[in-house]
Ligand binder design. Structure first.
Ligand code: ZN
Length: 302
């Protein structure tokens, strides 16, 4: 093992020298957090674009070539990226083995929500979140853990830059603490507001900021609702006076419209990933924007 690690280190140093380390992430949120820690010492690209269902992606040949050339792959993990396994099998690079310094699964050590969800068999391939909810980056507190893991991964590949990475992360955490106070203040009037979500992207966010998810439009994650499920959901929303329906930019527009019209709930389209809106250009501004949208939608007289 030690020999293998020494080989990886010398290989990394020889391959990149003073050049920025090429890093591939599976999401734009992870890209933003790698940039926070790595600064000018990294060159980061995300496989998934921000405005697409993150669970469904076709990795392009050009992206496979970049995977082969990358120093580090950072992923959300669990079953969030069912498309990554086939891509890695095509690339067939031993550097992406689980314990390799070139591979970082950011879910390690995260306290998962909905981990009681039963795992399903291969016959229900569309069911996601089988190991727990994978949208953990949407609790800003989890960025402490994610950036710590990124720091360790980068410092293993570029040990001479450890102090630089540490200083970058420390500055980010200072900004996070400052912004967090404002987010809590803005969200305080919405405490205990009951909401319906389209996909189960928001349990970490709502738990952190005090909203209550009463139902999801997808009966199980990744599965479209049947007409009878929709009818019962609309009735439930009316009976419980649900005011807000949280959707994503790529949610099925006709289903969203039908639900909002028939239940009387207001649609709030939140941005699940960095870059999904020009105002959400990095990890911290993603929360600025979503909290602003929620506050505006919940304001009286809207
Ligand atoms: Zn999901």
């Amino acid at each position: 093992m030690l020999y293998a690690l020494a080989f990886f280190f010398s290989w990394a140093a020889a391959a990149w020298g003073a050049e920025p380390l090429p890093v591939i992430t599976t999401s734009t949120d992870l890209r933003s957090l790698v940039e926070v820690v790595g600064g000018e010492r990294v060159q980061v690209e995300s496989l998934a674009p921000p405005l697409q269902d993150p669970h469904a992606l076709e990795v392009k040949p050009g992206q496979l070539a970049k995977l082969k050339a990358t120093a580090l792959l950072v992923r959300i993990g669990l079953d969030h990226e069912p498309w990554l396994g086939p891509a890695l099998r095509t690339v067939k690079d031993p550097r992406f083995a689980r314990e390799s310094p070139h591979y970082l699964d950011a879910s390690k050590g995260i306290v998962l929500l909905q981990s009681e969800t039963p795992r399903v068999g291969a016959d229900k391939g569309a069911h996601l979140h089988g190991f727990g909810n994978t949208h953990y980056w949407l609790d800003p507190e989890n960025s402490r853990h994610i950036t710590a893991a990124i720091l360790e991964a980068l410092a293993r590949l570029a040990p001479a830059d450890r102090n630089y990475f540490e200083a970058n992360r420390k500055r980010f955490l200072g900004q996070l603490d400052e912004r967090f106070k404002g987010w809590l203040r803005a969200m305080a009037p919405l405490k205990d507001t009951r909401v319906v979500v389209f996909h189960e992207s928001w349990p970490y966010f709502t738990q952190r900021f005090g909203l209550i998810i009463v139902a999801a439009v997808e009966p199980t994650p990744g599965v479209p609702p049947s007409p009878s499920y929709l009818a019962s959901l609309i009735q439930k929303m009316r009976d419980s006076g649900i005011r807000l329906l949280i959707t994503e930019p790529y949610s099925n527009a006709s289903v969203v419209k039908q639900l909002a019209t028939q239940s009387g709930a207001r649609i709030v389209t939140l941005i699940p990933s960095v870059g999904g809106d020009s105002a959400a250009s990095d990890y911290l501004s993603l929360f600025d924007l979503n909290i602003k949208r929620l506050s505006q939608a919940a304001a009286p007289g809207q």
